[in-house]
Design a protein around this ligand. Structure first.
Ligand code: NAD
Ligand code: UD1
Length: 337
């Protein structure tokens, strides 16, 4: 039997494919390479096995999905494939609803019709918006504030309904802010164009691709005035997916949302300082105005993941930035250079 990893050529999917292989599973990656490349799949194979299956297909191609289920003995699925840029989702909301909801609905239909019952879904802490109570638990009200965030919220609802009406069981993993790279530095985050996210931007400044970081806002109600997030090592996140599949295989039924975070909040300036330590010199930055749509602060209460999945993050911010830097300095232009 095998686990289907949709979006497995991407940042989190590639790290998870490695962790799944290490757990003894046979992995089938499906990706349309819209935000990733074949070299990422090659690097995953180099880290694991040259036999790892890769299917280049679009999740919305129902026939292609049927063929994958018919030919690969799939008995569990992790669904990463989605578009994820918040700003772009505001400009092209219909593309985001089409891709993210179309993919999720088509996958759930294919799983039900092929009798595959175990699904782990990539959700996001963005479904909470700015919570009133921090650390945020899974019971907090949701408040998605962008088309991208709403695709995650709606996907969660769609999967809840599908689980209620069928033999499907799902875990909805709400990730906080994934950063870092595999310690081998063979795979890592490779954003197309100028990065939107903090750590990839900082690393591209450090490697000389960009001049300096703009810190968005220093007038937040936080200890140093900059916004606070819960950064989590991508390998910890990957291991969380293995624990989630194990929990489903052990009989966890229904549809359950689980936070994957460290439980520690870090400000933008703390991350910039830690990045300077990892790189060996300060990362230049300037303070500018707030970024529209940003929330002030959020970090996870990760205790439910510990209780339900037996998972907790073990890598700290220095591990995250060291590994991210090792990836960036050895691949200044990403997978292709
Ligand atoms: P990514 O863009 O690196 O990976 C997503 C992969 O999905 C890409 O390889 C892309 O080519 C593929 N894809 C997109 N649409 C597809 C389609 N229709 N058919 C087939 N493949 C398709 O992103 P990532 O950071 O690895 O994120 C993975 C998942 O985690 C996404 O669902 C994302 O929304 C979610 N998530 C990411 C973060 C984050 O900060 N990176 C945070 C919370 C949630
Ligand atoms: C963003 C998304 C969120 C998504 C998450 C993970 C927005 C509004 N939210 O969250 O939906 O789930 O990514 O993919 O885009 N920062 C700077 N300078 C930069 C870049 C970022 O100061 O050049 C700051 C931001 O203002 C924020 C922090 O760094 O305070 C983290 O930003 P980012 O990495 O983009 O993640 P989020 O804003 O948490």
């Amino acid at each position: 039997m095998a686990v289907l990893v949709t979006g497995g050529a991407g940042y989190i999917g590639s790290h998870t494919a490695v962790a799944l292989h290490e757990s003894g599973r046979r992995v089938v990656i499906l990706d349309n390479l819209s935000n990733s490349c074949r070299e990422a799949v090659d690097a995953v194979r180099a880290l694991t096995t040259p036999d790892m299956a890769f299917v280049e297909a679009d999740m919305r191609d129902h026939r292609a999905l049927d063929v994958v289920f018919e030919t690969h003995d799939i008995d569990e699925v992790i669904h990463f494939a989605a578009s994820k840029a918040v700003g772009e989702s505001v400009e092209k909301p219909l593309d985001y609803y089409d891709n993210n909801l179309g993919s999720t609905i088509g996958l759930a239909q294919a799983m039900v019709s092929h009798g595959v019952g175990r699904l782990v879904f990539s959700s996001s802490c963005t479904v909470y918006g700015q919570p009133d109570v921090i650390p945020v638990t899974e019971a907090a009200p949701t408040g998605a504030q962008s088309p991208y965030a709403r695709t995650k919220y709606m996907s969660e609802q769609i999967l809840r309904d599908a689980c209620e009406a069928s033999a499907l069981d799902a875990i909805l993993l709400r990730y906080f802010n994934p950063v870092g790279a595999h310690p081998s530095a063979m795979i890592g985050e490779d954003p197309y164009g100028v990065p939107d996210n903090l750590v990839p931007f900082v690393m591209q400044v450090a490697v000389g691709r960009l001049d300096k970081l703009q810190v968005f806002g220093s007038d937040y109600d936080t200890p140093d005035g900059t916004a606070v997030r819960d950064y989590i090592h991508v390998v910890d996140l990957a291991e969380g997916h293995v624990c989630a599949l194990d929990a489903l295989a052990a009989g966890l039924g229904g549809c359950t949302a689980v936070n994957l975070g460290t439980g520690m909040g870090r400000s933008v300036l703390e991350v910039v300082a830690a990045a300077g330590e990892a790189v060996g010199r300060p990362v230049p930055y300037e303070i500018v105005g707030r970024r529209s749509g940003d929330i002030e602060q959020i970090w996870a209460d990760p205790s439910y993941a510990a209780e339900l999945l037996g998972w907790r993050a073990s890598r700290d911010i220095d591990d995250m930035l060291r590994d991210h830097w090792n990836w960036q300095r050895t691949h200044p232009n990403g997978f292709r250079g």
